[in-house]
Design a protein around this ligand. Structure first.
Ligand code: FE2
Length: 305
């Protein structure tokens, strides 16, 4: 079980943990407005950042990790102490406050709370987010005109079997290693993935979509998901191009274990994510002890331009 290398890890200083503990009770709850964290709530959370030099250092460090075009486009914040010291409710609110400093929290799925629980369900397709199998590399909410800028996953309970490692890989570098012909295929609007319903804050359904939308890295997306491959025609050159991109992504992917309280934030303009299969004999693990993540999305101002 190897956790993320220290290069990508962002610990919370003790004093910041203490400050968040003092403020969390009096700060407003994470109320939403059209799927986004309400402006007044956002402003109240931001006042904590404004008064704390340590919070500002933390935000700068996260932004460097997430937004460097030559970097890997992800960071792992260590928010375990917030959950440990303040419990799951206030700890979750404190984690929301920290994330709100990086972008505006966004609830994409109308039927779920801002933090969507991703438990482990043995009855569904194993490659889904809440399945127990290999979840191949993808960006979230791929089939929309405005996928979330950042996707965040907070590990509340790791797989007791010690598996289910997280996978991440840098998209733009992988695209640059493809041939011109492959890139031309991926720029065509011929790709499909999943359905679009009950979603807010992600623009319109984009179906069919191009993998490469031709926009600059921080405005556009590489709309990649390996989950569309099983439904594609093996004799179609678009399928070969998607496979070539998946090969390049896998060749350079990073793999690590998310421990309790590890909060991975991925910049979807630069980076795909996925998950290895959970450990065997999950059916012997009571459901309440299986892996549990909380998922949230962020909208950043820069990417809206
Ligand atoms: Fe995902």
């Amino acid at each position: 079980m190897t956790t993320a290398p220290s290069t990508y890890r962002v610990p919370l200083p003790e004093t910041l943990i203490g400050l968040l503990g003092k403020r969390v009770i009096d700060l407003p709850a994470a109320e939403l407005d059209g799927g986004l964290l309400h402006e007044d709530v956002s402003a109240a959370y931001d006042r904590v950042r404004a008064e704390s030099p340590e919070a500002q250092i933390l935000v700068r460090r996260c932004r460097d990790l997430l937004n460097d075009p030559d970097g890997d486009g992800f960071a792992v914040l260590e928010v375990g102490p917030l959950l440990d010291h303040y419990g799951l409710d206030d700890g979750q609110k404190a984690a929301t406050i920290v994330l709100s400093w990086l972008g505006r929290p966004l609830r994409v799925f109308d039927k779920w709370p801002l933090w969507k629980p991703l438990g482990t369900n043995l009855a569904i397709d194993p490659m889904r987010a809440t399945g127990s199998g290999y979840n191949p590399l993808h960006i979230d909410v791929v089939n929309t005109t405005e996928p979330p800028d950042y996707s965040a996953l907070l590990c509340v309970r790791p797989d007791p079997r010690g598996k289910g490692h997280s996978l991440v890989s840098q998209l733009r570098r992988a695209v640059n290693r493809l041939s011109e012909g492959e890139r031309a295929s991926l720029a065509e609007e011929v790709f499909h993935d999943g359905a679009f319903y009950d979603l807010t804050g992600v623009g319109r359904e984009y179906d069919p979509f191009p993998v490469l939308d031709g926009r600059p890295a921080f405005a556009g997306f590489v709309r990649f998901t390996a989950k569309m491959l099983p439904g594609m025609d093996l004799n179609d050159p678009h399928t070969s191009a998607v496979r070539a991109l998946e090969r390049e992504l896998i060749a350079e992917q990073k793999k690590f274990f998310l421990g309790f309280g590890d909060l991975i934030v991925v910049n979807q303009h630069l980076c795909v994510h996925g998950r290895e299969a959970l450990g065997e004999r999950q059916e012997e693990v009571p459901e309440a002890q299986r892996r549990l993540l909380w998922q949230m999305f962020l909208r950043t101002a820069g990417a809206e331009a």
